[in-house]
Design a protein around this ligand. Structure first.
Ligand code: PLP
Length: 390
């Protein structure tokens, strides 16, 4: 498909392959393996001498449609799908790093990402330095002669800290390191890190790409050489690939991504403005608000503030839990990116497994709540939060 089409069009159409039956909607290929015409063809497919499907741990037509559509949206040459967002991060690290290498990572990343770099990879001799993402100079200061990877999440989860992708890409290039950006919060509808100099983008497709909280999935997007050589090779061998069923669900989710992201972001901005004016709220974290410390950068780098709003309740954990427990409409769940609005208390859920010091360093206080705004009416969301805010 021509890449001159608008993003909304690509989301609906890119990557589709029709079978001989000329189905209108994308087909779901629930098959673990594919048959060959002959022993010679089997051999040619296995060596890569002939294009074609072999086994669904390597490739599958439904998974390929999802990969091609997401690559088109990120304006990238290639994409490989993974079983979850965490396996996308793991696969990029396994492909780009070896024992003795060093990683620089923004401190405001998802809790499991902190554990993966700071805990799991550390056991294999890969050291990570965490830096405040927005502080470009801190990235430069953290560089060592063995630094091979910069990992950045922007906006960050849950504090929506915004980091300058182009500037950090410049520091990474000078250091001879790859920059990997987690684009989960914005999706390609609102932000395209590869166009700003990032080497790879990773996604938790579990979030906005699916959009309806149904399945887990992930993806790595970038230039063909990086994605197909190292990363695809790791996935094919180690196996954390995406199931055809999940790929089909997320592929159909991409068709409404443009509409959803824009509508949910508009609603999030309205909710953020209302929360900012509320007397029980100490601080609101939302890149679309003028009060956000990186508002100007966010408005340059992103098309809007996104759909996640976090805020500090005056008084800490007890009043924060009261707001959560008083909700009747908003779902109390750790997931985000759904058309159903969700609420979570990060200090005791998503970030509960990291140390209190690491939480404090990341700025996650006991009064913090994260709301991932969905598609319900704004008045109903406000009424649901107002009940517990008092
Ligand atoms: C920003 C971000 N990155 C990565 C992940 C991990 O994704 P998954 O749960 O699909 O493994 C999450 C999950 O919440 C996330 O919020």
């Amino acid at each position: 498909m021509k890449d001159t089409f608008e993003l909304a069009t690509q989301g609906v159409r890119a990557g589709q392959r029709r079978t001989e039956y000329q189905e209108h909607s994308e087909a779901l290929f629930l098959t673990s393996s594919f048959v060959f015409d002959s022993a010679a063809q089997a051999a040619a497919r296995f060596t890569g001498g002939e294009e074609g499907f072999v086994y669904s741990r390597f490739t599958n037509p439904t998974v390929s449609m999802f990969q091609d559509r997401l690559a088109a949206l990120e304006r990238a040459e290639a994409c490989v799908a993974t079983a979850s967002g965490m396996s996308a991060i793991l696969a990029s690290a396994m492909a780009l790093l070896k024992q003795g290498d060093h990683v620089v990572c923004s401190s405001g990343v998802f809790g499991a990402t902190v554990q993966l770099f700071g805990g799991v990879l550390a056991r294999f001799g890969i050291e990570t330095t965490f830096v405040p993402g927005h502080d470009v100079e801190a990235w430069g200061r953290a560089v060592r002669q063995n630094t091979r990877l910069f990992f950045l999440e922007t906006p960050s989860n849950p504090l929506t800290e915004v980091s300058d992708i182009a500037a950090i890409a410049g520091v990474a290039k000078r250091a001879g390191a790859h920059l990997v950006v987690d684009n989960c919060f914005c999706t390609p509808v609102l932000q395209r890190p590869l166009e700003l100099g990032a080497d790879l983008v990773i996604h938790s497709a579990t979030k906005y790409l699916d959009g309806q909280g149904r399945v887990l999935g992930g993806a790595i997007v970038g230039p063909r050489a990086l994605v197909m050589d190292g990363i695809f090779g790791f996935l094919r061998t180690a196996g954390p690939t995406l199931s055809p069923f999940n790929a089909w669900v997320i592929l159909k989710g991409l068709e409404t991504l443009d509409l959803r992201m824009r509508a949910q972001s508009r609603s999030a901005l309205e909710l953020a403005r209302w929360l900012e004016a509320h007397p029980r709220v100490a601080r609101v974290y939302y890149p679309g608000l003028e009060s956000h410390p990186q508002h100007a950068l966010a408005m340059r780098q992103q098309e809007s503030g996104g759909a996640v709003v976090s805020f500090d309740i005056k008084g800490g954990k007890e009043p924060a839990w009261r707001v959560v427990d008083a909700t009747r409409l908003i779902s109390i769940t750790a997931n985000l990116g759904d058309v159903k609005t969700t609420i979570t208390h990060p200090a005791t859920t998503t970030h509960g497994r990291i140390t209190a010091e690491a939480r404090a360093a990341a700025g996650i206080g006991d009064g913090l709540l994260r709301v991932a705004v969905g598609l319900e009416a704004q008045a109903d969301l406000r009424a649901d939060l107002a009940r517990g805010l008092g």
